[in-house]
Design a binder for this molecule. Structure first.
Ligand code: NAD
Length: 471
């Protein structure tokens, strides 16, 4: 079948097609609805060369001008949130309102980061000497994004990298390339040619990028398994690396909570975006005194929530984003069924789309795969606890350390528990809340380096200390 495609890559400010294309599937139907360019190796070289040439100019542009252009990019995303949101739903699966919300959030993120200026540390400013440290850009950044939050996680990289004075070649996931390609085109006139290049391609393109000698830095968001490959590849020429990876986040629910008040929040902290969130609650530890009450409430929500095509009115949760991930989630579900674990499930369509019913696993043994592995799909194990030291040990007994949550009316006690969790982010009586001015990063195998906050900006820069003799 031939697909007319108006999805172009952006290389050196120009719209560029490729000799081949990759198919893009609507996960709500399982049907291919568009084709995206499959970037050739020579085109990657051209994008890196354009970014390298642009870097010589862009790094000298005063930071205030760079900030103004990044803020303008944010306004453009916000102005196009409606059309980008509709396209987002088609390629990613998330319901339209939430899809538009991500584009708006990404726009706001660009604007917030555009207001950040790296510090200058002065150690001495005397008649004898000036000793100060400033931050300088790194060069050309390789940015690789995942499919679960394709627009915002890409902009988390674009904003600080460009404010810092770097140029970039950005690659979206082959499962969700379209919005990012559109954004590349929308921003082609905002930045000088070569500053922001957007390319798309299949499974080979990521490894080509991470091993390309033209990059000074790799900013990667994706799975822990791929993150390890990226780090290995970067070691060859010691590229700077930031890795935002997987998680298996625990939430601990204390017996003093108001169940009616927290049930909805806990439910969507686990299942929003059909649970395809790095920081979703993936293990829910509930005090034995309230376990049955919370389980019954969560099961009631699971049965009431509409799972379906994100383009349809009333849909709350969309499909799993792609077939590869769908197969993984189904495998985990089948494993739970084989082990005869008790499952409570909602409804999901069976129409060829990648739908999985919302599933709550009732107090499985800790060693089960459904507890130990990152599902990245709507399967939530609920586990009973009675002793707080024991539950903290169980929560921390993971190779991951991305985020965690504590639910309690006793805020002092909750803070004490939260501080004992071995994760980069801890929430108390809330979840999924992330901000551009606050550091985000994983402990253990959930990450390497950080994004957001001043430290996130500085990951795209190198310190340079100056010693000036005045006398
Ligand atoms: P993935 O690792 O399969 O792919 C991520 C990106 O890497 C894609 O663009 C892919 O094309 C590319 N890629 C694949 N192999 C590569 C290689 N060898 N070299 C370079 N690039 C390569 O991850 P995914 O399935 O797209 O995303 C889901 C995972 O991402 C989950 O584990 C989730 O927890 C994690 N995630 C983490 C964060 C975070 O901020 N910590 C945010 C979102 C998602």
């Amino acid at each position: 079948m031939n697909f007319h495609t108006d999805y172009a890559m952006t290389i050196d400010g120009k719209a560029v097609s490729a000799a081949a294309t990759i198919p893009v599937t609507n996960p709500a139907t399982g049907e291919i609805f568009a084709q995206a360019p499959d970037c050739g190796r020579d085109q990657l070289d051209a994008a890196v060369a354009a970014a390298k040439a642009a870097y010589k100019i862009w790094k000298k542009v005063p930071i205030a001008e760079r900030q103004a252009l990044v803020a303008k990019a944010g306004d453009i995303l916000i102005a196009h949130a409606e059309e980008l949101g509709r396209l987002f739903t088609k390629e990613q699966g998330r319901p339209v309102d939430a899809a538009r919300q991500e584009v708006l959030m990404a726009g706001e993120w660009l604007k917030s980061v555009a207001a950040m200026t790296p510090p200058i540390h002065v150690a001495e400013d005397s008649a004898v000497q000036l000793i100060e440290t400033r931050y300088v850009p790194l060069g050309v950044v390789c940015a690789i994004a995942p499919w679960n939050f394709p627009v915002s996680l890409a902009m988390w990289k674009v904003a600080p990298a460009l404010v810092a004075g770097n140029t970039m070649v950005l690659k979206p996931s082959p499962f969700t390339p379209l919005c990012t390609l559109k954004i590349g085109q929308l921003l082609a006139d905002v930045f000088p040619p070569g500053v922001l290049n957007v390319i798309s391609g299949g499974d080979e393109l990521g490894p080509w990028m991470t091993s390309h000698p033209g990059f000074a830095k790799i900013s990667f968001t994706g799975s822990t398994a791929t993150g390890k490959r990226v780090l290995e590849s970067a070691a060859k020429d010691l590229k700077r690396v930031t890795l935002e990876l997987g998680g298996n986040d625990a939430a601990i629910v204390m017996p003093d909570v108001d169940l009616d008040e927290v049930a909805q929040k806990i439910f969507f902290g686990a299942f929003y975006n059909s649970a395809q969130i790095c920081v979703a609650t993936k293990r829910l530890y509930v005090h034995e005194d309230i376990y049955d009450g919370l389980r019954d409430r969560l099961v009631a929500i699971a049965k009431a929530v509409k799972v379906g095509d994100g383009g349809e009115q009333g849909t709350v949760l969309g499909p799993i984003q792609n077939k590869r991930q769908y197969d993984r989630v189904i495998d985990l579900l089948n494993d739970a069924k084989t082990k005869k674990l008790t499952l409570f499930q909602g409804e999901a369509p069976s129409n060829g789309g990648y739908f999985v019913p919302v599933t709550i696993v009732d107090n499985p043994p800790e060693a089960e795969r459904v507890v130990q592995e990152e599902a990245f799909g709507p399967i939530l194990p609920m586990l009973k606890f009675s002793d707080i030291d024991d539950v903290i040990d169980r929560a921390n007994d993971s190779e991951y350390g991305l985020a965690g949550a504590v639910w309690s009316k006793d805020l002092d006690k909750a803070v004490d528990i939260a501080r004992r969790l071995e994760t980069g982010t801890v929430w108390i009586n809330q979840n999924l809340n992330l901000r551009p001015d606050t550091i985000f990063g994983g402990h253990k195998q959930s990450g390497f380096g950080v994004e957001n906050g001043m430290e996130g900006l500085l990951e795209f820069m190198a310190p340079q200390s100056l010693y000036l003799a005045r006398a």
